[in-house]
Design a protein around this ligand. Structure first.
Ligand code: GLC
Length: 618
């Protein structure tokens, strides 16, 4: 596996590369500032984290191990505060999680703050959640339990209440240069001609006029999120410093929020510019030099050809991990249509990728579902991309006749017929509707759908991520509509308080929460204890005669796994390949060997392991 491992590069070569890259963007004299910050962070790094660095330097692909199963959660929704999360750590340990993404927890304005993505201080925990000491204690506790901690590094912007923004507003030119500000609309207008909009209906436009400063400031996301100016070396040095500060509190993984947007240039889309890749590569080198146990996860919610460059090249890697956005959308598409062809196509593409490329696989997260399917492939299959997108968002909003889903539209743009969807996994899978209608049969099907989509996530190559609450089938929470700061943003539909009463039923298999939880926990354990799920293993597509059945395989160190997922409400017969005997990993009855044909019930899935040693080729 030598070729999959990082090439061994000496620290001097890393410094050299960092310096060269830095000077490709900034004046050489600013490099000293970065060096000073790195040196200070290195001196301040606690001994326990240095030991973590040492161990992980020996095992640099630790994050490819099959035990790495994760969860994303908002601390305040789950435990009230960081201390509250610590008190409830056993709940996470019970699921044997090894990775915890704590959603934004740094200082932010009260009121509108984009769920914490408007940061007011990169070096201070948001006081209602706790203190920096609490974050450090939580990281220690997680480490004791074998859990890696991930937090967001919101690099693209700060809140307009950040000290830098306040100084800029007060007229301090040094800090005005931390942002992209202009005295009149001339340059903003030039930008607007080529820069698309992120939130066309909830936050239209890319600039905001600031009366105190009497200048226009670039605000790609919301008006209160001021874009940082990465043409200015001081900005890069400050953000690298923030990363190192947080790493020294014990953070293992940084989610580089909205990373494609970092660098802006008139006349471009201001997305994925080459300079962004230089910035990410520099962050990677900085981590490797100062805190090598720390890894980078890029948030690139774009088409696959735009996502993959963020892994970098074998010699110059950038992110360690990226989100697998497309598979998630393809799974939702298969569930709405009972047609897995786009998912199969997506898997064929994944199968062809370099095995160094490790993804975070998820079915739901804190954001909306954007319908980024492969339009060329849709056309090839005779599907009209625009009409199909409309079908999908109508389906998952629950408005399409016969839909099992309950969700909301997000950023509907009537002009372009675009819209996305919000809702929890369980509500989108039909659990909410079935419960409201007290329909047991539908409830059974809905629970199966929920488990089916997660069974794909757990089987894929990469790190499977749960979104907190999905393990017990948490439903949509409409209370956000009562809060004037949140009501305009339907993403808060799936950001409800964690339902502890429902969680209390998690071991009771008569309840939907129990059915979901027990099966999810079982899938996690099986995955963690079966080598074939190793991240460096192979993933390969398989074809079935039926578009409603998705099939894929995994291979690693002599073991082969074949998986079948029935995306329809009807039973299906599939023929198993290679005339082999398979061990049914998910079978609870004990009759766990099969060969020849297999019947899959509605929305049923199987993971079948063929052990070379146990079942020699016949
Ligand atoms: C990322 C976050 C999203 C946020 C945006 C702006 O896309 O996932 O929640 O609105 O960045 O920070």
């Amino acid at each position: 596996m030598q070729h999959l491992e990082k090439p061994v590069v000496s620290p001097e070569e890393k410094w050299e590369e960092l310096k060269t890259l830095f000077e490709s963007l900034y004046p050489a004299e600013s490099f000293d500032d970065l060096c000073r910050k790195m040196k200070a962070a290195s001196d301040a790094r606690p001994a326990s984290l240095r030991e973590r660095d040492r161990l992980r330097t020996e095992n640099p692909l630790w994050y490819a191990e099959p035990s790495l199963v994760g969860m994303a959660m908002y601390s305040h929704l789950f435990g009230g505060t960081l201390g509250g999360v610590m008190e409830r750590i056993d709940y996470l340990a019970e699921l044997s999680l090894r990775y915890l993404h704590l959603m934004p927890l740094l200082d932010m304005p009260k009121g509108q703050n984009d769920g914490g993505y408007a940061v007011s201080d990169f070096k201070k925990v948001y006081p209602p959640l706790g203190t920096n000491e609490d974050l450090s204690a939580l990281c220690d506790l997680c480490h004791e339990k074998g859990i890696n901690v991930c937090i967001d590094l919101v690099l693209n912007h700060t809140s307009d209440e950040h000290e830098w923004a306040k100084k800029a507003r007060a007229g301090d030119e040094r800090y005005q240069d931390y942002y992209l500000t202009y005295p009149d609309q001339e340059i903003p207008n030039q930008f607007e001609q080529t820069v698309p909009q992120v939130f066309p209906s909830t936050a239209p436009g890319n600039f905001t006029f600031c009366p105190e400063m009497n200048r226009y400031v670039m605000t790609t996301f919301h008006a209160y999120q001021w874009d940082l100016n990465y043409h200015n070396p001081a900005v890069f040095c400050e953000m690298a410093d923030a990363l190192l500060f947080l790493a020294n509190l014990g953070v293992d993984v940084f989610r580089l929020d909205a990373v494609p947007y970092l660098f802006k240039e008139v006349g471009t889309s201001c997305r994925n510019l080459p300079q962004v890749h230089t910035l990410v590569r520099m962050l990677r080198l900085i981590c490797e030099i100062v805190c090598p146990s720390v890894i980078l996860l890029g948030e690139v919610v774009m088409a696959p050809h735009q996502v993959l460059p963020y892994f970098g090249s074998p010699d110059q890697p950038q992110c360690h991990l990226l989100y697998n956005v497309t598979t998630s959308v393809c799974i939702w598409n298969s569930l709405a249509t009972g047609d897995c062809r786009l998912l199969e196509h997506n898997l064929r593409q994944l199968a062809g990728l370099d095995r160094r490329f490790l993804f975070l696989n998820y079915i739901r997260c804190h954001d909306d579902i954007g319908w980024g399917l492969d339009e060329d492939e849709e056309r090839r299959l005779g599907i009209d991309p625009l009409l199909h997108k409309k079908y999908l968002y109508e389906f998952y909003s629950g408005r399409f006749p016969g839909s099992f889903a309950k969700g909301e539209l997000y950023n509907e743009d009537k002009a372009t017929m675009d819209a996305r969807n919000c809702g929890t996994c369980a509500s989108l899978c039909g659990v909410q509707q079935a419960l409201e209608e007290r329909d047991d049969l539908r409830l059974k099907m809905a629970v199966r759908r929920h488990l089916l989509v997660y069974s794909v996530i757990f089987a894929l190559r990469g790190i499977p991520m749960l979104y907190s609450g999905d393990e017990i089938g948490q439903l949509n929470d409409e209370r956000y509509l009562q809060d004037p700061d949140l009501a305009h943003d339907s993403r808060f539909l799936h950001r409800g308080a964690f339902p502890w009463e429902q969680a209390a039923q998690r071991l009771d298999r008569r309840t939907p929460a129990g059915k979901i939880y027990r099966e999810i926990r079982r899938m996690i354990r099986i995955r963690q204890n079966t080598n074939v799920f190793h991240g460096l293993g192979e993933i390969f597509p398989m074809t079935t005669m039926d578009h409603a059945v998705f099939a894929m395989g995994r291979r690693w160190q002599g073991e082969t796994l074949v998986c079948y997922f029935n995306f329809s409400g009807a039973a299906k017969l599939v023929e198993l390949p290679y005339k082999q005997h398979y061990c049914d990993l998910l079978d609870e009855t004990g009759q766990n060997s099969c060969q020849g044909e297999l019947t899959l019930g509605p929305y049923e899935y199987r993971w079948l392991l063929q052990k070379k040693e146990a079942f020699p080729h016949v």
